[in-house]
Design a protein around this ligand. Structure first.
Ligand code: GDP
Length: 325
């Protein structure tokens, strides 16, 4: 692999899709040059524990201890605690492995002693020897609520318990107006030479990050390029409900819809560049006509080499946009 890049990069990420590109970026950038700002809208309390699914997925992935099959949780996991809980009739719908439980126990303990979520995250990433910075977008509790045909559901009830079956009519980020970005978030965005919106779910992974007061504005105040990678390939989500959400919200699921979702910076959106899959090549003209620079490439990350390759290409694309800026 060529020399590592020295750009200061901010990546906005949810869980599974976001973590894969963040992992690629962490391996192609010099340590300390990447800050991953992670969605915390999926966080919830369960079994008396604070669970942060996206944060843990990003940390486990960058630490090399994630489960490569599921994309969430840890590899080499055992399920004794869950089996025991189930046997007692406890709520076992949200699967927490034994190793994973250790994370939630310690996080909950530290939070109860007065630590903030970003402090706990920083402590954990050091323990896991992650050399890049990972910050939850906010230390405040801003849970994503999903408006559905079954009523308003907390995100994990929709996502895991109901397995995304209810028809979505909208989203709400409770308490968002009273929340603040976590320490380090604004600094990292101000320092960034490139912002990458990872291929995460735009509705429930990236929008909740941009909705935290100050975050979107800081991204817009920084003149650096902002590039999004489409999580929709050939009209489908690689995993999860993103395509279904687009349909139910009245849009055709496509790379174009994702580009339109974020919008073009010079109009009233946020993007300057857009990365889409070879499968969607036909749409690139239309996306360019919106005013975006495009990169068409292989965006499906099945292996670690795919992650590094895509990260490398995104960084090269970013450098081109910086030159043109
Ligand atoms: P979640 O919070 O765990 O749902 O994770 P994210 O929001 O980060 O990721 C979900 C999104 O990632 C889905 O919309 C997927 O289509 C997308 N995704 C997952 N893997 C890949 C991949 O390899 N390439 C691309 N382009 N998108 C992916």
């Amino acid at each position: 692999m060529t020399n590592k890049h020295s750009l200061h990069v901010v990546a906005l990420a949810g869980g599974v899709g976001g973590a894969k590109l963040a992992h690629g970026l962490s391996q192609t950038l010099i340590p300390g040059r990447l800050t991953v700002i992670v969605n915390s809208g999926d966080d919830f309390e369960h079994l008396g524990l604070k669970i942060c699914p996206d944060l843990d997925t990003v940390c486990y992935t960058l630490a090399g201890i994630a489960n490569p099959t599921t994309g969430w949780g840890r590899w080499d996991e055992s399920w004794n605690a869950m089996e025991s809980l189930e046997r007692l009739g406890g709520p076992a719908w949200f699967r927490l492995g034994d190793r994973d439980l250790g994370t939630h126990l310690e996080r909950t303990r530290l939070l109860s002693k007065g630590w903030t979520l970003s402090q706990v995250t920083d402590e954990f990433r050091r323990a896991w020897k992650i050399e890049q910075t990972i910050i939850p977008v906010t230390d405040d509790f801003v849970p994503t609520m999903v408006n559905t045909d079954m009523g308003i559901l907390p995100f994990q009830e929709y996502f895991v318990k109901q397995q995304c079956r209810p028809v979505v009519t909208g989203f709400r980020f409770n308490n968002v107006d009273y929340s603040n970005p976590a320490p380090g978030v604004v600094d990292a965005i101000q320092k960034a030479e490139l912002v990458v919106i990872c291929p995460s779910n735009p509705w429930v992974s990236i929008d909740p990050i941009l909705a935290i007061p100050g975050v979107r504005m800081e991204v817009l105040s920084n003149a650096c390029p902002v590039i999004a990678v489409s999580p929709i390939i050939g009209g489908r989500a690689v995993k999860g409900p993103a395509a279904k959400m687009y349909l139910e919200m009245g849009f055709k699921p496509s790379a174009l819809s994702v580009a339109e979702h974020y919008g073009v910076r010079i109009i009233d959106g946020i993007l300057s560049g857009f990365v889409m899959d070879n499968k969607d090549k036909k749409m690139s003209m239309e996306i360019q006509k919106m005013g975006l620079q495009t990169l068409v490439t292989k965006t499906l990350m099945k292996t670690n080499d795919d992650r590094k390759q895509l990260a490398q290409e995104v960084l090269e694309f970013g450098k081109e946009l910086i030159k043109k800026n």
